[in-house]
Design a protein around this ligand. Structure first.
Ligand code: BG6
Length: 511
């Protein structure tokens, strides 16, 4: 299925300035020579430049301890783009882009280094016309957030949001804490120096094109929303499957696990968009209010619920894509007796009028057979009469599947007659695939930070509501003597996950 007709530009472009009217801005990347900057941020900024989606007056300043200067930082950026950009480097664009890049060497806890940064930014304002507007991107471990926010404050580099055109914004990455208490503490520390309207908390799933499209799908079409209730929907499955193992991130992952790393953030954020009521408007806080309502309506997990409806697992050795894969406990920097879960499957309920009685099943894991993220909405069956009257072979129910990645798109699964004289019925899929490559999540998010649109960023209350939900699960696992069941790398997780579904007379979708 193709895209038809000319795209409709929304009135006011949803509050975003038109291309070419982006505000001037100096983007300072704390951890400017780190892995996130190399893998995601610099490639995303380069792609924005290719699309003319950076301000005419923009500068990018790396700030970290590495021994780099402007020239070697440009080489670092070029390498980042050559390795990680979705589009190849183009010399003409690179020349313009590289001029925007500079580097300040500094320690996060050294007042003098903030003074150097401040002096450099004043020079940048003169040279690039960035008008004192600042985005401070904290691409750093959470432990440094407070140090950096305080350093900026002491150097008088944070302007209050006063609405007179100048802005200071701060960007923080997940994980925001490892529990409700620690996340509240981090949020308090950020709030000591920045107003909520200046804080952009990244959950990069929200920047994925298909996730952003969920609201359009629901609220720009007449055919889905009337069915989007417990009256017509049987259950919902949300899967984020990864083929990769923990890779080089064990130091972090050993303190996190799949529940904190994926469920607390990405899966609950996706769930909140699927479950939300139509927001009052497309303004950031209307949308975020509606999402928060969902998180706050999810039934808290009792001990018994955790026992019955939350399954964890850890990958053992196996075969992934035909190649042997090590067990999690044999990965570099993983404790040989680690109890960290690399897989979670759970069932939850949104206790509101719309969703009463509809189970939401969530699953995510590393070292599963393939990389595939998908939302599947299962509709209720038609009555067991007419075409569904055969007691031995029931018709499959209708389903809407939304593929977040890869192969972004959606399919409506319906029953259709197989052509011919006999009455043979079959499920067929009406498919929509994006025909162009979609921008990387970080491109969308960086552009929104520069233009000041907080819609796709996690508000403090929603981060804390998510921790509130998962905290009892974390505590219960910590107290349990049981180890997470082991599943073979390359399988769909532990048997317990399938059994939980089977107990409800359902099965996980085969992806
Ligand atoms: C990150 C997690 O937030 O998301 C990783 O920390 C995970 O563990 C990653 O691999 C998945 O993101 P994506 O965009 O590659 O699906």
């Amino acid at each position: 299925m193709a895209m038809n007709g000319e795209p409709i530009v929304l009135p006011g472009n949803l509050g975003k300035p038109a291309k070419g009217a982006y505000p001037p801005c100096a983007l300072v990347i704390f951890g400017g020579a780190g892995a996130l900057t190399h893998r995601k941020l610099l490639p995303a900024l380069y792609n924005l430049a290719l699309d003319g989606d950076l301000p005419d007056h923009a500068a990018i300043v790396g700030f970290s301890m590495e021994e780099l200067n402007d020239e070697s930082y440009r080489n670092f950026a070029r390498d980042a783009i050559e390795r990680n950009s979705r589009r190849p480097i183009c010399e003409a664009q690179w020349t313009g882009f590289s001029r925007m890049l500079s580097f300040v060497r500094g320690r996060f806890n050294e007042a003098a280094d903030y003074q150097s940064l401040r002096g450099h930014l004043e020079y940048v304002d003169n040279e690039f016309g960035t008008s004192g507007n600042r985005v401070y991107y904290f691409a750093i471990p959470p432990a440094f957030i407070e140090t950096c926010a305080t350093g900026l404050h002491r150097a008088d580099m944070i302007r209050p949001p006063n609405g007179n055109g100048n802005f200071t914004r701060v960007v923080v990455e997940k994980p925001i804490g490892h529990s409700l208490a620690s996340s509240t503490a981090i949020n308090d520390r950020i709030a000591a120096h920045f107003a909520e309207s200046q804080i952009f908390r990244i959950d990069h799933f929200l920047g994925k094109e298909t996730v952003e499209n969920l609201m359009v799908l629901r609220f720009a079409n007449a055919i889905f929303e009337p069915l989007w209730t417990s009256r017509f929907i049987d259950h919902v499955q949300i899967t984020v499957a990864e083929e990769e193992g923990v890779g080089t991130r064990a130091a972090y992952y050993e303190t996190a696990g799949a529940l904190r790393d994926m469920v607390q953030s990405h899966l609950l954020q996706v769930l909140s968009i699927i479950g939300m009521e139509p927001p009052r408007s497309t303004a950031a806080d209307s949308v975020r209010d509606a999402k928060l309502d969902v998180l706050q309506s999810i039934r808290p997990f009792s001990d018994e619920d955790i026992e019955k409806y939350v399954v964890r697992g850890q990958y053992g050795a196996g075969l992934v894509g035909g190649a042997p894969a090590r067990a999690y406990r044999d990965e570099d920097n993983v404790a040989p007796d680690s109890r960290v879960e690399t897989f979670v499957a759970l069932k939850c309920w949104i206790d509101n009028w719309r969703w009463a009685g509809v189970p939401f099943y969530l699953r995510t894991g590393k070292r599963l057979p393939k990389r595939a993220s998908e939302i599947a909405i299962y509709f209720k069956s038609v009555p067991r009469i007419l075409y569904n009257a055969n007691p031995r072979a029931h018709l499959a129910s209708n389903m809407l599947t939304i593929r977040i990645q890869p192969d972004e798109g959606l399919s409506v699964h319906i029953i259709s007659k197989v052509p011919g004289p006999q009455a043979r019925l079959q499920q067929v899929a009406v498919d929509f695939h994006y025909q162009t490559t979609t921008p990387e999540a970080y491109e969308t998010l960086l552009r929104d930070i520069i233009v000041g649109d907080q819609t796709l960023f996690m508000r403090r209350d929603s981060v804390e509501a998510s921790w509130q939900l998962v905290d009892p699960i974390i505590e219960s696992w910590a107290q349990s003597p049981a180890e997470p069941p082991v599943y073979s790398a390359g399988s769909w997780g532990p048997l317990e996950a399938a059994l939980m579904m089977a107990a409800d007379g359902r099965s996980w979708r085969v992806l």
